[in-house]
Design a protein around this ligand. Structure first.
Ligand code: NDP
Length: 298
């Protein structure tokens, strides 16, 4: 999956989708049922609607049954909770995803907390995050984007155990769970954030850099230890008059500079981006397997 030293996230994601389709087909042959994913979306945000469409289409492609609830922007907390509870109880649904962000009048924490821990394929339930943080415990699901970062390292032959990893960013959905996953894999992990002093010197110690700050081209080539692996999660639109859309996407690492120093680096787009949905499909298939094989009861 390395072309030169550039990691081909699209190819890795395609392989995971194929593996997932094979697992779904096997479950269908064995139990005559397939894993199901329910996606809850509230409101009319264009980006959220696009993501949800992509997720539903991806489910179809691997044979996962797709369930949907499209609620109005004005939906009440109770209405959203009612929908989530319905999916919690539906035996054909093995994964539930609430598309974020929710409209401001809704209590996101309470809604994410209402998703059954056993169906929390996004890995955002506090119990799953808690287990991820604890030694000797395993979550049923880990968040998809950080899981995708680890998968890219694994499939490109980048060793994690005993290595120094620096994660730039500590959000609940990317930075913090990425750091916890690396910790579970026995890396020595440092987390940088907006109050970190002398970040450059810290990043320079890293064998593995996960950049998830949402700051275009923050990590410079001069910050990178020769041979380090860089997983760039950042997806930042910057003005570009030469593009039809008027903008292009750049990562949190300065790709051209970093590429000359790094042992492996993900491009933006085409690196981490395609991995998120692939990992969501895999989490859903794994969940379906747990339920259909009788390890868990719906
Ligand atoms: P958030 O804005 O929620 O978090 C950003 C984090 O980076 C915060 O912890 C913040 O610190 C830290 N940070 C911000 N600026 C700096 C800085 N100058 N130096 C050091 N740390 C800094 O973003 P997300 O985690 O949601 O997303 C990060 C990036 O990843 C975005 O570009 C996003 O678009 C992209 N993304 C891509 C996905 C994909 O490819 N599938 C999925 C999800 C996100 P503090 O905590 O102190 O505020």
């Amino acid at each position: 999956f390395l072309k030169g030293n550039v990691i081909d996230g699209k190819a890795v994601a395609a392989q995971i989708r194929e593996e997932t389709a094979a697992k779904v087909a096997k479950l269908k042959a064995q139990y005559n049922r397939v894993p199901g994913l329910a996606v809850v979306i509230v409101g009319v945000r264009k980006d959220s609607q696009t993501y949800v469409r992509m997720k539903r289409k991806a489910c179809e492609e691997v044979g996962i049954a797709s369930f949907g609830a499209d609620l109005l922007e004005t939906a009440t907390q109770e209405e959203v909770l009612e929908v989530v509870r319905g999916f919690n109880e539906n035996p054909d649904v093995h994964g539930i995803l609430v598309q974020l962000p929710l409209p401001k009048h809704l209590d996101e924490q309470a809604i994410l907390g209402a998703v059954s821990v056993e169906k929390d394929v996004d890995g955002f339930h506090p119990l799953n995050i808690g287990r991820l943080a604890m030694k000797g415990r395993e979550p049923l699901f880990a968040p998809c984007t950080p899981l995708g970062c680890i998968e890219l390292l694994d499939r490109c032959g980048v060793a994690i155990k005993g290595k120094r990893a620096v994660v730039v960013g500590r959000s609940n959905i990317v930075g913090m769970p990425a750091a916890m996953l690396l910790n579970k894999r026995d890396a020595t992990v440092t987390i940088c954030h907006s109050a970190t002093k002398d970040m450059e010197a810290i990043v320079r110690q890293a064998d593995i850099i996960i950049a998830a700050a949402g700051q275009p081209q923050l990590v410079r080539g001069s910050w990178v230890k020769p041979g380090a692996a860089i997983i760039d999660v950042g997806t930042n639109p910057v003005d570009d008059a030469t593009k039809a859309a008027g903008y292009r996407l750049v990562g949190d690492a300065h790709f051209d500079e970093c590429k000359t120093v790094a042992g492996a680096i993900t491009p933006v787009p085409g690196g981490v981006g395609p991995m998120t949905i692939a990992m969501l499909l895999r989490n859903t298939a794994d969940s379906g397997e747990r339920f259909l094989s009788g390890k868990l009861q719906a």
